[in-house]
Design a protein around this ligand. Structure first.
Ligand code: GRF
Length: 219
């Protein structure tokens, strides 16, 4: 297993940064086998940037509104990650080895070199309640309205479709009669806080392999 210093990740965010905050906290407790080497935000002035700065992490804003299409926006993200990666290598640390989407609300068109190196977490059990329309509170509202008895969260490798790539981990939670979308959201997020670091750690322990679109976890 490589050292944490070499397990550099780029975290890409769009908002409140609760997922980022959790990763920072886990990292401080030694529960994340990764070093957050850069945080890229698609929106300026969001709480996530403040959280990153307070933790002493380099931040870059790449405002989606300044780009005409997904391609040019994605290219700028890749360029920024590559530059940071180069700096890290020159300073004796490894490159950025994983890109972690943390409440990232746009499409990032993944270049070939980062295929199966981009992770996302979705607050539902994929393939239910996922895709372009389902983000943030909308997911839990739809879950509540449909009256499903279980929901949960999914960590997966991202591809170029929303919430679509190979599934790494899923965890179900019950939905109770007296739940509200808010109480469901809270229950799911609590589980997310453990599941995402676990998936990232499995990646850096070299335990994940992908065959025919399915992820296998080596014991
Ligand atoms: C979580 O529900 C997560 O599953 C989804 O974004 C939400 C967190 O956003 N990907 P944030 O970290 O609070 O910005």
């Amino acid at each position: 297993m490589s050292s944490i210093k070499e397990n550099n990740i780029a975290v890409i965010i769009s908002g409140t940064g609760r997922t980022l905050k959790n990763l920072i906290e886990k990292s401080k407790k030694g529960l994340l086998l990764a070093n957050i080497a850069i945080v890229i935000s698609s929106k300026k002035d969001v709480l996530g940037i403040k959280i990153a700065r307070e933790a002493g992490i380099e931040t870059v804003v790449i405002d989606r509104r300044n780009f005409d299409d997904d391609r040019s926006f994605s290219e700028q993200i890749t360029k920024t990650i590559d530059e940071q990666s180069k700096k890290l290598v020159l300073s004796g640390q490894g490159p950025i080895r994983l890109i972690v989407m943390a409440g990232f609300l746009h499409k990032y068109l993944i270049p070939k070199k980062y295929r199966l190196k981009v992770m996302n977490i979705h607050p539902a059990l994929i393939p239910s309640f996922c895709g372009k329309k389902f983000y943030g509170e909308r997911v839990h509202q739809a879950v509540w309205k449909r009256g499903v008895k279980v929901t949960g969260c999914t960590v997966h490798f991202a591809d170029n479709m929303y919430d679509h790539g190979p599934i790494i981990l899923q965890k179900a939670v019950p939905v109770f009669d007296d739940d509200t979308p808010e109480s469901i959201a809270q229950r799911v997020f609590k589980v997310e806080c453990k599941l995402y670091p676990r998936a990232i750690n499995l990646f850096f322990k070299g335990k994940l392999s992908v065959r025919n679109g399915r992820v296998f976890i080596k014991e």
